[in-house]
Design a protein. Structure first.
Length: 265
């Protein structure tokens, strides 16, 4: 099966894409019935004992290879800003990604030192990513991310203008993380003609509500990795502070599902 073409076809109908942070979590999620997986820059960095954004391109590519090989599902990689500012560097990153088992990847319009890139420059970066991908007989699905809501600049008109520019640059999927209001999601959907990815947010709309508003792909981001970390912290506090271990009885309920996912294929 051509996983890249399969992943592209998935975007013709709404679906949820969860974000594992290691091989084990990828296999568990695949066994539960999801149709595709995505890496999480925060989840992966935290698994290495680092904050989000503190991984190298080489580490991200190797992680993408591991997650892609872990299950038969298509995988989309979170490549942050492409690990460099220049369009040429982004193109190189996408070309390297094309040599892995990935089905797609996302590129942000925010750099850790520069902040939000000017719209025209950001669009040139998306164009470079798309052109690099299309050199393959089966191109990666390129997701263009507009980061302004996520970076403290919740300007819907600017987000829409940026997403439209990235659409014109050839992006296959559009994504503006941290847009929460359903009316805002509807406004974006009305102004673009590419599938829209929306991430779940604490206290935000449910998955069915996001689909009803027009989202094609709903991602989980680092939420599942954070949930696993929370379970670890709460279990540790219980046994340190109380000396009890009710967490162990709760954990047993999922051991069967996990063990089934870990069986040799």
């Amino acid at each position: 099966m051509d996983l890249r073409q399969h992943f592209r076809q998935l975007h013709t109908a709404p679906f949820v894409i969860p974000n594992p942070w290691n091989i084990g979590s990828a296999r568990i999620l695949a066994s539960l019935g999801f149709q595709a997986l995505a890496t999480s820059s925060a989840g992966f960095a935290n698994a290495l004992g680092r904050p989000d954004g503190d991984i190298t391109r080489e580490e991200a590519l190797e992680h993408a290879r591991e997650i892609s090989a872990a299950t038969p599902l298509p995988v989309n990689a979170d490549f942050e800003n492409g690990f460099g500012d220049a369009p040429e560097f982004v193109a190189e990153t996408v070309a390297l990604a094309g040599q892995t088992g990935l089905a797609g990847c996302s590129i942000e319009d925010y750099g850790p030192e520069q902040g939000l890139y000017p719209k025209e420059f950001a669009a040139a970066r998306v164009c470079a990513a798309v052109e690099a991908s299309r050199k393959d007989s089966s191109p990666l699905v390129i997701t263009a991310r507009c980061e302004n809501f996520f970076r403290g600049n919740p300007d819907l008109a600017d987000a829409i203008a940026r997403l439209q520019a990235y659409q014109e640059a050839g992006a296959d999927v559009l994504y503006a993380p941290a847009i929460v209001a359903l009316d805002d999601v509807r406004s974006v959907v009305a102004e673009v003609d590419r599938p829209l990815n929306v991430i779940i947010m604490p206290g935000g709309p449910t998955v069915p509500e996001l689909f009803e508003a027009g989202a094609t792909r709903v991602s989980i981001g680092s939420a599942m990795a954070a949930a696993a970390q929370d379970a670890l912290v709460q279990a540790a506090r219980e046994i340190l502070d109380e000396g009890t271990h009710a967490f162990w009885s709760r954990a047993i309920r999922s051991m069967g599902a996990a063990n089934a996912a870990f069986k040799k294929r």
